[in-house]
Design a protein. Structure first.
Length: 188
């Protein structure tokens, strides 16, 4: 199946989630993310600020921001020129800490302090779809694949998804980077 068809199917399925289910899933993900970060002893974590078609990480991020054991939390920042994604340090989730970028996504309000990829210990990765073995289908811009390829092999990559985003097979290309494990929001 073509990537564009899969993207459309999954996006429709995710947008069809009931708001109460989304909130419940976000709470489950919060607990599992925090446990996973603590289990790995990660003190420098990159997360993402979800849009309406992704599993909401805001509750997990809020908990990690309040945790004294975590030194820094970063989120994607897309540069205006060159289509490059970096990791910008997140100061908070309040309106005074965030702005909306050219792609309509929330990101840290400038000036943004870029986190060095070598300092990251864990990255929580969104995706349109995943396979059980960690293959990932993104939105199609290649931002995450390029970013993940730059990470040291010691950075633990965790795909965050909903069960309806799991596929048995996805078309892959040589540049695609797998995640090490999946955290499935609605899995009991």
């Amino acid at each position: 199946m073509e990537k564009s068809v899969i993207r459309k199917e999954i996006r429709t399925a995710m947008l069809g989630l009931d708001p109460e289910d989304r909130a419940r899933d976000a709470a489950v993900v919060r607990d599992r993310c925090v446990a996973l970060v603590r289990e790995h002893g990660a003190r420098s974590v990159m997360a993402y600020l979800a849009d309406s078609g992704e599993v909401d990480l805001d509750p997990a991020i809020a908990t990690l921001l309040a945790d004294d054991r975590i030194l820094e939390i970063g989120v994607p920042v897309i540069s205006d020129a060159g289509g490059r994604m970096t990791c910008g340090r997140l100061r908070g989730l309040d309106a005074g800490s965030l702005t909306t970028d050219l792609h309509g996504l929330r990101s840290p309000l400038p000036p943004v302090r870029e986190m060095q990829v070598r300092s990251l210990e864990m990255i929580l990765v969104p995706g349109v779809a995943f396979t059980a073995d960690g293959r990932r289908l993104g939105r199609g811009g290649g931002y995450y694949d390029r970013f993940l390829a730059m990470l040291p092999p010691t950075v633990h990559r965790v795909g965050i998804c909903h069960s309806r985003q799991i596929r048995s097979d996805l078309p892959t290309e040589p540049h695609d980077v797998r995640v090490h494990e999946l955290l499935i929001a609605d899995e009991s």
